[in-house]
Design a protein. Sequence first.
Length: 256
Amino acid sequence: MRQIIAVFKKEFSITFASPIFYAAAFIFLAVSGYFFWSNVAIYGYRSLQAARNPFLSQGLNMSDMVVKPFFGDLSIILLLMLPLITMRMYSEEKRAGTIELLFTYPLSDSAALAGKFLASLVTLLAMLAGTIPCLIILEIFGTLEWGVVICGYLGIVLLGASFISLGIFTSSLTENQIVAAVLSFGALLLLWLLGWAKAVTGPPLGNILAHISIINHLDSFVRGLIDTRDLVFYILFIFFWLFLTLRFLNSRYWRG
């Protein structure tokens, strides 16, 4: 555990000292704030229409029209931002030549990987914390279903952790941070779009692709439900890419 904490502190300090983090965090909060404002504006406009025509009030719900779309918007922004956070995890070590020092430290590869993953996860949590005031504002002027909010954030954290695990894997493949970010974004985008193929492939292939699609498993969390199948999918997804990263790093022994 001490080894993991040591790597975590190192990566955490490097991340928060990097201008890339502040640029990514600023863009994340600015874009998420815009999407939140637009969702609230649409909800407010329809509320005014419902005041004139009671028939329009059916289906007028803050959770459905503001909170749920907001979490969907966050998932899209994280798809673009998290590859920028993870791209340096191993790529920078390779470029600077410090990765060999990392391997010679009295530190296991799994501990180093766990420390890097936790540092990225805490970075994700810090970025998501900046969106909480938006929901507090909704609670002040309305009534929020906090069960939906908590489940939504849990789903977003699991989705973001999945992005991070794949991003760390692509970072271990190359010493070029830009290449690592592009590979991560491309792989995540492909896994995101697989669910769309269900409409043209049909069962059973379409069902398989929809199940592999990383974004489809967020739906139940956004609706305020914790489906164990979706929970298990994200956990297995995270451990799968971390395991591949560990295997790739260990391959240096037989590559020479």
